[in-house]
Design a protein. Sequence first.
Lengths: 108, 117
Amino acid sequence: RKEVEQDPGPFNVPEGATVAFNCTYSNSASQSFFWYRQDCRKEPKLLMSVYSSGNEDGRFTAQLNRASQYISLLIRDSKLSDSATYLCVVNNFNKFYFGSGTKLNVKP
Amino acid sequence: GAVVSQHPSRVICKSGTSVKIECRSLDFQATTMFWYRQFPKKSLMLMATSNEGSKATYEQGVEKDKFLINHASLTLSTLTVTSAHPEDSSFYICSASGLAGTNNEQFFGPGTRLTVL
């Protein structure tokens, strides 16, 4: 079983839509969690850390559910510029495991 | 956020040559640096974890004699692909962690695209 699993998508949504991604992880001892964004042929860039209490940054909201071992990312009012691949990342004892990414296409 | 640079950004070489890639944390001391490779439309695959002054820890299936990692200082790690072959062509990305006040976040370099002819 993979350490981190994500639906690869693609998610095709119109501008202004709300879209949510989920990610599951296998190791219940995982310590920290992140969402990264990767544009085509570029390096991943940190979007946000994910905390147990949930956290919000503008149009982006991340949630962690330790009991069910999943994390989520919600994007409100999607913009064309949100089109990218979103990577779920889990940290186990300073080893980072990446999901395969979920591709988002926001269309006009 | 912290800045990590990589050099070169792109390299094309002949089969059998060795290629060195540098990864630098520009504005913080990175206690740990990581090396990844990524094939088209695939996720990042961790190759090795490198701590300053100690030997790198390689992931299963990654040949340590082929991918030499040196982490001489808290701001510099190098990856040398020795005797490169066409199947080594890939996007190599480094990352660094250890920025004070962060949640162990990794900051990525811009990547090096290696093409072996």
